[in-house]
Design a protein around this ligand. Sequence first.
Ligand code: URP
Ligand code: ZN
Ligand code: ZN
Length: 460
Amino acid sequence: MALLIKNGTIITAESTSQKDILIEGDKISRIEPNIIIDGIEIINAIGKYVIPGGVDVHTHLDMPLGDIVSRDDFETGTRAAAFGGTTTIIDYATQTRGMRMQEALEHWHRKATGKAFIDYGFHMIVTELGNSFDEDIKDIIRAGVTSFKLFMAYPGSLMVGDETIFQALKISSEYGGLICLHAEDGNDIDIRVKQALEAGNISPKYHALTRPPSTEAIAVKRAIELAAKAKAPLYIVHISSSDALKEVEHGKQMNLPVLGETCPQYLFLSIDDIDRPNFEGAKYVFTPPVRERDHQEALWQGIKLNIIDVVATDHCPFNFIGDKELGHDNFSKIPNGGPGIENRLHLLFEGGVNKKRISLNRWVDLVSTRPAKIFGLFPRKGTISIGSDADIVIWDPNKEHIISARTHHMRVDYNMYDGTKIMGDATTVLLRGKIIISEGKWQGRLKHGTFLTRKTPNIR
Ligand code: URP
Ligand code: ZN
Ligand code: ZN
């Protein structure tokens, strides 16, 4: 089966060109001006951008949290992702204490197999190393899961100590893996949360007030020091503040292999949102928390200066009704996490390209190419080149899209960006040569998403 995309403007991280794309089977086979082949299906992309499918390297689908589970599973979450122009995700498989990493990986495979509409890989969340951690890390990397996340926050559940972080950094880098860190000072935060609750401060905004930027920056600094000692690369997830960003910048200036990720919520939302009346602020409870507005421009600046390498979503959806409500009388019981898998390209296009903060090429780099490179998927994913998977998004820069919980495809009862007007939208989406969305209409009859075994991360 061959398919021809004609008359579009191809945007990659490196270049902009006016060429046609021939797809044969799963792959891109030719990229040339004016390809003419009779008798095959043609997509006319005149006036549109043709970009590589988005790569979202931070999602939590079907993730248990206490008695509840994040609302999107691999079926609903990957479908929503596709509507927003994302064709690959890397989801966080979670090893709980007492469980081997191999068991956690099998568990996550069972969640995803046969359900996903787009391709997916896994990272492994490590909550304890156990006696055979050297073997385990090697096994997991061999199974194509080449990155691990550890938490410096949530004492008593996910948090691990510096010794564990150091060991994980050392061993994983020996085998070519990458450690991703959730950098917040969990002990300091715990004291602040207890004090707030004792003083009767129970509303959602205290989630943010008990996790000030200093608690993030201190952890990032410590993390970079540990990585330097272990001579290992380090990826800081969901950077939310200018304070934390400065630490990453400092690490990069010292030529340390430190990489930074931020998420749309830190570029678009602020402490005003978590302070919304009638408990609505609970919709904006995730960690690290929203910040004062001036942090947003600092993060955009970080994007411009390449201090931020990746924009991912940290998609972790919980309903407002029933889930977020669990913390009505105690902000620390509000499930942490927010939805976003569908709107990452929209928001970065609007806030980045349309607002002239970044070029079209940098937009593609941030949402597709750089994440694919860092997490060992490039050049199969993250670019438009001969031999790459034909994961392609036709993006109409002149189509208005109003973000709304009434029309979005995520299985959650609110949208954090409700009412935001975006000039630009994904109209047609291909996964490995198959059209899954055509002119905004769902065509994904089969669940073609497959597990991606990833190569060694490329941090340069
Ligand atoms: O609040 C958040 N971010 N929930 C998801 C887990 C994490 O820390 O990434
Ligand atoms: Zn995290
Ligand atoms: Zn996360």
